[in-house]
Design a protein around this ligand. Sequence first.
Ligand code: MG
Length: 248
Amino acid sequence: MIVLKTKTELEKMRVAGRISAQALALGGQMVAPGVTTAQIDKAIHRFILSQQATPSFLGYGGFPASACISVNDTVIHGIPGSRTIKQGDIVSIDVGACYQGYNADNAATFPAGEIASEIKALLDATRESLYAGIKAAIVGNRVGDISHAVQSLIEPKGYGIVRKFVGHGVGRQMHESPEVPNFGKPGSGPRLAAGMTLAIEPMINLGTGEVKVLSDGWTVLTGDGKFSAHFEHTVAITESGPVILTEA
Ligand code: MG
């Protein structure tokens, strides 16, 4: 069942979104050679708590940290730890905050110093595909229109779309209906209505879209060892168009 949010609920989600966006920006500013992923997680954790919110990811399904921090060929769900970021790495940070019972979810991939031009192009295309998806998130369209907008921007560039993991509804629960794949046919899937809140999140690989999950049960790597990028916003569908809730 797709839960439509009231105006009051959307206001709470906007606060959750602002906190999530600020937490993401804080983490992104820390991405630099010599910093560990655990240091970034700790700063994000403290920040969210300082905002009278709680980290949505901490303990979710047993996840042991407040942010997923995924370096290079890690696509998503990287567990923060002693890994030290190196010059030329890319670091995907995915973080959500829960405020008065409502969640928001966002992610971005940050470069550590100078990165190879082909990797920068991957980051740019992934971010661009997120905004193409958001642009299609309008009343009367269907979920497949969002999916198709992402897919049609990415595939001509030759990148691999991760199909095993998808975007999702978000609200009282971190993951709600509907699923929002990053591939699909226009005009397919549930119809978009005002009050829906969706986490749109293209996960795009430099190589193929194949992924594998490590034995820790969380860490998702690209199958071919090539780099991967991830950008995500929580978006409200409204009569006057899509509203990005995860903005600082
Ligand atoms: Mg998400």
